[in-house]
Design a protein around this ligand. Structure first.
Ligand SMILES: Cc1cc2nc3c(=O)[nH]c(=O)nc-3n(C[C@H](O)[C@H](O)[C@H](O)COP(=O)(O)OP(=O)(O)OC[C@H]3O[C@@H](n4cnc5c(N)ncnc54)[C@H](O)[C@@H]3O)c2cc1C
Length: 410
C-alpha cells in the first residue's frame, strides 16, 4: 500500500520505519524540515518508567500554588486563558480519581512496550549507540516528598517497573556533582536516555530514506475522504494514497477537525538551555522533584529544562523562564557554566488533557490513522506508537487495547 505520513517528527519518522518493515511504499510529508518541532530539542529521556499522568488529583491541588508564580513550573499566558478554558475543564475532569486510574492503565500499557520498541528499532537501523542505559534519578530535597515517592514506587513496582529508593550518601556516589541538598532519590535502573534528540531523529529519518521512504516538503491543509484519501495542500498540491498517518504533533488539531474529530489538543510549551561543551557533569538524567526541571547529560552537551507554559503555538518564547530554570539548577548542581554560554530553546509538547496520545482511526475515514498528542512522552512512545500504527494500517489486532487513545474519548 501507499502510505503518506504527515509530519517528520520522531513519531512520523518512527511510523515510516514500522510501515517500511511491512513492505509499504512510504511518503513522508513535512512543511518545515525533519525534527523541526519538539523532537529536536527535548530532554532525551526514554521515560518509560513514568506511569502517572500529569492530570492527577495531586497536580490539581498544586495548580493554584504554581500559578501564583508567573515564572514557576506552570504558567498560563493571560491572553491565552479564554482559548485554554475548554482544555482546562477537561484536565480537571481527567484529574478525578476514577479518570486518573483509567489514564494510568492506558499510559502504563504504552510505556511497557516503549523501551523494547526503541531497542529493536535502533538495533535494526544500527543506531544502538544512541541509546544510553544508565538508569534515571528523581532526587528529593524534601523528606515529606521523598516519603510520598515511596508510595509512587510501590505503584510502579506493581506494573513491573524497578525502583530503588536510595539515601543521600548513595546518591552522592552516583552523582557527585549534585550539591548536598538532597535527602534521597528514586533510582530507576532501567530508564534510558538518548544521545541527542535532533541527531537521533535525523539519523532515523536518513535511515528511513535509505530504506526507500520518500520525503516531500509540503504543507498539508486537508485530507480528502474516500477509498483513496488524498493529502491536499495549497496551490492545488495533492497526493493520492491508500492510507494516511497524521503525526503532526501539536499542529494536528486542524487536520483532525477537518476529518470530523474535535480533539482537545493544545500545547504545553517547554524550555531549556544546553551547554555543548559540558560533558560528564552527570552520568544519567536527573529530575529535580518539586523544582519543575530535569537535567540530561546528552552526547551533544548538558541540557537543563522543563516548565509548562500555556500560550499557544504563536507567542514568542519567554526565556526569562529558562533563566529561572537555570538559576534553580545552579543552586543544586556544582560546575554549571554561565547561563550566557548556553543555547536557548523552546518547544511545543502536543498535549491532550488526560496525558494520553491519540492513536487510532479518524472517525470519518478509517484509512486515516492518527498518531499525535504524546505530550511529555513523545520521544519515549514514538516506536511503540509506530508499531500500533503499522498494525492498524495492516488491519491487524493491535497488541494493546487502543480505546484509551481514541480521538472520540472526550
Ligand atoms: C522541553 C521539552 C522536553 C521534553 N522532554 C521529553 C523527554 O525527555 N522524553 C520524551 O519522551 N518526550 C519529551 N518531550 C516531548 C516530546 O518532545 C514530544 O512529545 C515529541 O517530540 C512529539 O513528537 P511528534 O513527532 O509527535 O511531533 P513533532 O516533533 O512536533 O513533529 C510534528 C511535525 O509535523 C509537522 N507538521 C505539522 N503540521 C503539518 C502540516 N499540516 N503539514 C506538514 N507538516 C506538518 C511539524 O512541522 C513537525 O515537524 C519533551 C518536550 C519538550 C517541549
Amino acid at each position: 500500500m501507499k502510505v503518506a505520513i504527515v509530519g517528520a517528527g520522531i513519531v512520523g519518522v518512527a511510523a515510516a520505519h514500522a510501515l517500511l518493515d511491512e513492505g509499504h511504499e512510504v511518503l513522508i510529508v513535512e512543511r518545515e524540515e525533519p525534527a523541526f518541532g519538539p523532537s529536536r530539542g527535548n530532554a532525551g529521556w526514554i521515560a518509560h518508567t513514568d506511569i502517572l499522568p500529569i492530570a492527577s488529583p495531586k497536580v490539581l491541588r498544586q495548580v493554584p500554588r504554581f500559578l501564583a508564580d508567573p515564572l514557576g513550573p506552570l504558567s498560563i499566558r493571560p491572553a491565552y486563558l479564554p482559548k485554554l478554558l475548554p482544555w482546562l475543564a477537561r484536565f480537571v475532569l481527567a484529574s478525578r480519581p476514577q479518570a486518573y486510574e483509567r489514564s494510568i492503565i492506558g499510559l502504563a500499557a504504552l510505556q511497557k512496550l516503549a523501551l523494547p520498541a526503541w531497542l529493536a528499532r535502533t538495533e535494526r537501523t544500527k543506531l544502538s549507540h544512541h541509546i544510553h542505559r544508565k538508569g534515571g534519578l528523581y532526587v528529593f530535597d524534601d523528606a515529606g516528598a521523598l516519603a510520598a515517592a515511596r508510595k509512587v514506587g510501590e505503584r510502579q513496582a506493581a506494573f513491573g517497573i524497578k525502583v530503588e529508593m536510595i539515601g543521600a550518601d548513595e546518591l552522592r556516589q552516583l552523582e557527585p556533582a549534585l550539591k548536598p541538598a538532597f535527602v534521597g532519590a528514586a533510582f530507576h535502573p532501567d530508564a534510558a536516555h538518548i544521545s541527542d534528540p535532533h541527531q537521533l531523529t535525523l539519523a532515523l529519518f536518513e535511515a528511513a530514506l535509505e530504506r526507500g521512504a520518500v520525503f516531500e516538503k509540503a504543507e498539508v491543509t486537508n485530507v480528502s475522504l474516500g477509498e483513496h484519501p488524498a493529502l491536499i495542500g495549497p496551490d492545488g498540491w495533492q497526493r493520492v494514497v491508500d492510507r494516511v498517518v497524521v503525526a503532526a504533533g501539536a499542529w494536528a488539531k486542524p487536520l483532525a477537525a477537518a476529518l470530523g474529530d474535535a480533539v482537545p489538543l493544545d500545547t504545553e510549551r517547554g524550555y531549556n538551555v544546553s551547554f555543548p561543551a559540558v560533558t560528564g557533569l552527570l552520568s544519567r538524567p536527573v529530575g529535580f522533584e518539586g523544582h519543575g526541571f530535569v537535567a540530561t547529560p546528552l552526547d551533544s552537551g548538558f541540557r537543563i529544562g522543563g516548565a509548562v507554559e500555556f500560550g499557544g503555538l504563536k507567542a514568542p518564547p519567554n526565556h526569562a523562564r529558562t533563566r529561572r530554570l537555570y538559576d534553580k539548577a545552579a543552586g543544586l548542581i556544582d560546575g554549571l557554566p554561565p547561563f550566557d554560554s548556553g543555547k536557548l530553546w523552546m518547544g511545543f509538547r502536543p498535549s491532550l488533557p488526560d496525558s494520553l496520545p491519540v492513536i487510532g482511526p479518524a472517525s470519518r475515514n478509517p484509512r486515516v490513522i492518527y498518531a499525535f498528542g504524546h505530550g511529555h512522552y513523545g520521544m519515549t512512545q514514538s516506536h511503540v506508537t509506530a508499531n500500533l500504527v503499522a498494525a492498524l494500517v495492516a488491519g491487524r489486532q493491535p497488541p494493546i487495547d487502543l480505546s484509551p487513545f481514541s480521538a472520540t474519548r472526550f
